[in-house]
Design a protein around this ligand. Structure first.
Ligand code: FMN
Length: 189
């Protein structure tokens, strides 16, 4: 199986002026050099806009989620949980999440968004997705990046991302092979 693996980065915030862009951009820069990987972006902002476009947007998102072999969800923490916009995106489809790995990059105040991540594990279990133990977390995130979006001290986050990425790719390869051999939907049909 030599074709490229598709990793989807999922934005967790739709807030105007969201810090999510800074974290996603850092992630993209880090993934740039990864060989054998194609990166796509999935943004819940796509679900916003005129009502008549909503169905089209939802269908387009479902196609993107279906294309992905693995996900990296970039989530802030809102009132000790994850944003409603992220839940709306996750709930917009069902089967395209099945039997795929999900890694997390979280950010926020002192907790670094970890409470949002723990809640998301419950949600993704219901979608038959596999969440990774290893994650990347930015506590007081806004103090860790300069104006250009570069980390003042990049080593720790880079090391955490490397571990998460290696395990994400391992799961993505394993689950893709398993899905090809035996469609997940037929396992317990
Ligand atoms: C409604 C709201 C609730 C928040 N609640 C928390 C919280 O419970 N814990 C925390 O660490 N940060 C909290 N924050 C701070 C956010 O983590 C921080 O503003 C972050 O930048 C939000 O991500 P965004 O800018 O990408 O939307 C909250 C922010 C908002 C807007």
């Amino acid at each position: 199986m030599n074709e490229k693996m598709t990793i989807a980065i999922v934005y967790g915030s739709t807030r105007q002026g969201r810090f999510c862009d800074t974290i996603v951009n850092w992630t993209l820069t880090e993934l740039w050099a990864e060989s054998g990987v194609r990166v796509i972006l999935i943004d819940p902002l796509q679900l916003k806009g005129p009502a008549e476009n909503a169905a089209v947007s939802e269908a387009a998102l479902e196609v993107k989620i279906g294309e992905a072999d693995a996900f990296i969800v970039v989530t802030p923490e809102y009132n000790h949980g994850y944003p409603a916009a992220l839940k709306e995106l996750i709930d917009s489809c069902y089967e395209p999440w099945h039997a795929k790995p999900v890694g997390f990059i979280s950010y926020g105040g002192v907790s670094g968004g970890l409470r949002a991540v723990e809640q998301l594990r419950q949600v993704f279990a219901e979608l038959h997705a596999v969440t990774l133990r290893d994650s990347v977390s930015f506590a007081n995130a806004w103090a860790q990046f300069d104006e250009a979006g570069n980390l003042f001290k990049p080593a720790e986050a880079k090391a955490a991302l490397t571990v998460m990425l290696r395990r994400l790719k391992w799961w993505a390869r394993a689950l893709k092979a398993a899905r090809v051999e035996n469609a997940y939907g037929e396992v317990a049909a």
